[in-house]
Structures are given as structure tokens and as C-alpha cells.
Design a protein around this ligand. Structure first.
Ligand SMILES: Nc1ncnc2c1ncn2[C@@H]1O[C@H](COP(=O)(O)OP(=O)(O)OP(=O)(O)O)[C@@H](O)[C@H]1O
Ligand SMILES: C[C@@](O)(CCOP(=O)(O)OP(=O)(O)O)CC(=O)O
Length: 420
């Protein structure tokens, strides 16, 4: 920092998971405050596999707020980032860091600028809820830096103003975003239904169908749906309220059959309201449809659901298996139908790779030797290369602070993002 060497740089680093909705949020009743037209429920994914890591730093030497995402500087001027920064600064309290000899008064936070560096361990803006992990992480970590009171409901409500689905990433396990009634949004926040250990035999396999950036953003897509889809009103007012109650029961009782039926039906209805939008929005593609068909046929042949599927605003499939055994049978079916393009199994399965050996798949030869699933009518239908890769995960915990300074994404000497 040369001639203008600051007396100090104070930093905090946090990590937040993504979440996948099993009852979808789609449509806002207030665009600026991000207030939804219905409640939603999600499962938080294991942060080891899908998460954002964010370092926030404050120093009297910083002339302005700055942010780097995945190593590139991005603008913080957007209204959503500004809302989160403003709401957290409002709640900042005195900091007394004896180890570093830094004292910051509550009122000083208004004048101190921050540098933010964040990194996602999975593709950004590809329908894998990077905005959910990213904005939750930003709010959580700023809260730690500025010694904000640990009121998770309040943090959730601030994260909501960054991206709606982010309010659910403040907790682990299964989480419900209560839409609230108040015009000012003060009662629109997430609550934890159960923590990640309540239903820990679930296995989540994500098929990354395309990691390219999508054409229609969630924000733009849901705005068009609210303006043009008559089906959305019916969904929000009639279908979702009763589904939410049933889903809460299914989760509480670990009733997989009911959970799977509700999850699949809600994903399909979300994509139906997208199709009911003018002009219609297509988030799923042929590969997504093939995966639905594979799961539906198998579930039907077993007489009871083995796997639930759900798709967000993109073609990637999120498949939730009732337990590890079922997940291995699912994986055999998926790899039979979608063998890897490259002769490399290791890079075809990310996250919990041990699922491969559990499924008896150690090499490409094992994949080639897989028998056609008995329920498959046209057994020769293989679609090599249509899935980029899979991620195997599980329900996971909420945000946490990373105390080891080795995780910091900002260099404490320069105050800038590392490696840029
Ligand atoms: N780690 C992060 N920190 C802060 N902001 C982030 C982070 N990751 C993503 N974002 C913000 O979220 C935007 C991407 O959100 P978008 O809704 O388009 O995609 P997505 O969240 O991956 O998909 P979806 O929400 O539809 O599942 C980025 O352009 C950026 O503004
Ligand atoms: C399909 C969804 O993933 C939509 C997520 O939308 P976002 O939370 O990304 O939208 P904004 O509030 O405009 O930022 C369903 C869900 O997560 O509930």
C-alpha cells in the first residue's frame, strides 16, 4: 500500500452453501424489496461441494468499496449489493480486536470502505444458485466483520434483498422462506425447519447439463411470468399453500414417497408457469427431459418413488435419492444413458466421488459393461457427452466463519484480492 500505508486491514472470511428449492420461489410481489408471491422450501447442500467463500476487509486506506468475483473485479453499484451493504452497515457495532490492536466505533463503519473477494467452487450463473450462496455469504461475512448481532432471521431478511433465494442459504438442513405479509418486508425471511442431521441418508446427485451462462435470468424470467402468466396466480394462491403444509409434514416424518411426489410436481409446475409466460421461457432442454423420463420410468417400475428430481432456472437436474443404495442404482442408470465424453471417470464425478466405487464403477470399462436398466424400453439409447459432469452431494450445514487465515481471498498486505 506504499506511501499511504494504512495502520491496519481488518478481515473476515466466511463460507456459505447453496440451496435447491423443493417448493419453488418464482414471482415477486415487490421487485425492489424482493418479496415473493408464495412461500418456498429448500434443502441446503453440503458446502464442501457447492459453496461461496467470501473475504471482506475494511481499512482506513480504502478510498471506495470494491469487489472481485472469481478473480475478476465486478461493480458494486447495483441496487442489490447496495441494499445489503447499507442494511449491514446500519447494524454494525463497536469492534475491539485486542490481538491486532484495532478499535472501531459503531459510527465509524459508515465512513470505512470495504474490499470484498468471493469465489464459487461451482459454475456461476448456470442455474446452480450461485447468487444464493454468494449473497448469503456476503451478508453473513460482512455481519461478522462489523460485529452485527447474530440474529439469523434478520441476516436472512437482508440476504433476501441481495437475491431472494439467498435468504434460505443462511441455514443448513431444510429451510422455509415465509413470504410474510408486511409491505416493508420485515416479516419476509427464512426459518430452519430441521437441521442437516435430521434426514441425513438422502443423497443428492446433480447432473450438470450445461455450465454455460443461461439466456434468461431468474430475475427477468420471473418478472415476465408475473406480468403475463395466468397460471402463476393459481399456483401461488391455491397450489403452493397446501403443498407447503404437505412438504413440511413429509420432511418432519422423513416420508420419502410424499417428499418425492411433491418435489417433482412442484418442479414441473414451475416449468409449466415458465411455458405459460409470454414469450415462453424454456429452461430445460432435451437432456433435462430425458433425465425426467429415466427417473419417472424407474420410479414407476418400482411402484414407489426411489428418486426425486427438481430443476431450477437452467437445464441441470438435481436428483435426490432416498439413501445411498438407491443413489448407486440411480448412478448406474445415469452413466448407462450418459457415458462420459472423455475416457476419464474421475473428472466426470465431482463432490463425493466415493459414490462411484459404491456403484461398482472404477473405470470406463465398468461403465461400458453396465447392463441396460430393466425398465428401459429402448436400451440402446445412449447420449455420450450430453452431461458435462455430475456432482454428488448431501444435505449440509449453514454458513460458517473460516478462521484459518490461509483461506482469506484478500492479501492483508495490499488489501487487494489475491492473484489479480
Ligand atoms: N460468490 C458471489 N458473491 C457475490 N455475488 C455473487 C456470487 N456468485 C454469484 N453472485 C451474483 O449472482 C449473479 C448470478 O446470479 P444468477 O441468478 O444469474 O445465477 P445463479 O444464481 O447461478 O442461478 P439461479 O439463481 O437461477 O439458480 C452473479 O452475476 C453475481 O452478481
Ligand atoms: C428457480 C429458482 O431458483 C429461482 C431463484 O431466483 P433468484 O433468487 O435467483 O431470483 P432473485 O430473487 O431475482 O435474485 C427457485 C428457487 O430457488 O426457489
Amino acid at each position: 500500500m506504499g506511501a499511504t500505508e494504512p495502520q491496519w486491514v481488518l478481515m473476515a472470511t466466511g463460507r456459505s452453501p447453496t440451496n435447491i428449492a423443493v417448493i419453488k420461489y418464482w414471482g415477486k410481489r415487490d421487485e425492489a424489496l424482493i418479496l415473493p408471491v408464495n412461500d418456498s422450501i429448500s434443502v441446503t447442500l453440503d458446502p464442501d461441494h457447492l459453496s461461496a467463500t467470501t473475504t471482506v476487509a475494511a481499512s482506513p486506506a480504502f478510498p471506495s468499496d470494491r469487489m472481485w468475483l472469481n478473480g475478476k473485479e465486478i461493480s458494486l453499484s447495483g441496487g442489490r449489493f447496495q441494499s445489503c451493504l447499507r442494511e449491514i452497515r446500519k447494524r454494525a457495532r463497536d469492534v475491539d480486536n485486542e490481538k491486532k490492536g484495532i478499535k472501531i466505533k459503531k459510527e465509524d463503519w459508515e465512513k470505512l470502505h470495504v474490499h470484498i473477494a468471493s469465489y464459487n467452487n461451482f459454475p456461476t450463473a448456470a442455474g446452480l444458485a450461485s447468487s444464493a450462496a454468494g449473497l448469503a455469504c456476503l451478508v453473513f461475512t460482512l455481519g461478522k466483520l462489523m460485529n452485527v448481532n447474530e440474529d439469523y432471521g434478520e441476516l436472512s431478511s437482508i440476504a433476501r434483498q441481495g437475491s431472494g433465494s439467498a435468504c434460505r442459504s443462511i441455514y443448513g438442513g431444510f429451510v422455509k422462506w415465509c413470504m410474510g405479509k408486511n409491505d416493508d418486508g420485515s416479516d419476509s425471511m427464512a426459518v430452519q425447519l430441521v437441521n442437516e442431521s435430521h434426514w441425513d441418508d438422502l443423497v443428492i446427485i446433480i447432473a450438470v447439463v450445461s455450465s454455460k451462462q443461461k439466456e434468461t435470468s431468474s430475475t427477468g424470467g420471473m418478472r415476465d411470468t408475473v406480468e403475463t402468466s395466468p397460471l402463476l396466480q393459481y399456483r401461488a394462491q391455491t397450489v403452493v399453500p397446501s403443498r407447503i403444509l404437505k412438504m413440511e409434514d413429509a420432511i418432519k416424518n422423513r416420508d420419502f414417497e410424499s417428499f418425492a411426489r411433491l418435489t417433482c410436481a412442484d418442479s414441473n409446475q414451475f416449468h409449466a408457469v415458465c411455458l405459460d409466460t409470454s414469450p415462453p421461457i424454456f429452461y430445460m432442454n432435451d437432456t433435462s427431459h430425458r433425465i425426467i423420463s429415466l427417473v419417472e420410468k424407474w420410479n414407476h417400475s418400482e411402484g414407489t418413488p426411489q428418486v426425486a428430481y427438481t430443476f431450477d432456472a437452467g437445464p441441470n437436474a438435481v436428483l435426490i435419492a432416498r439413501n445411498r443404495k438407491t443413489a448407486t442404482l440411480l448412478l448406474q442408470r445415469l452413466l448407462y444413458t450418459f457415458p462420459p465424453q472423455e475416457n476419464d471417470l474421475d473428472s466426470y464425478m465431482l463432490g463425493d466421488k466415493s459414490i462411484l466405487s459404491d456403484a461398482g464403477l472404477q473405470s470406463i470399462a465398468d461403465v461400458e459393461a453396465l447392463p441396460a436398466p430393466p425398465e428401459m424400453k429402448a436400451p440402446n439409447q445412449k447420449f455420450k457427452g450430453d452431461v458435462s459432469y455430475f456432482i454428488c452431494s448431501r444435505p449440509g450445514a449453514g454458513p460458517k466463519v473460516l478462521t484459518d487465515e490461509g483461506h482469506a481471498l484478500i492479501d492483508s498486505a495490499t488489501g487487494l484480492a489475491k492473484g489479480v
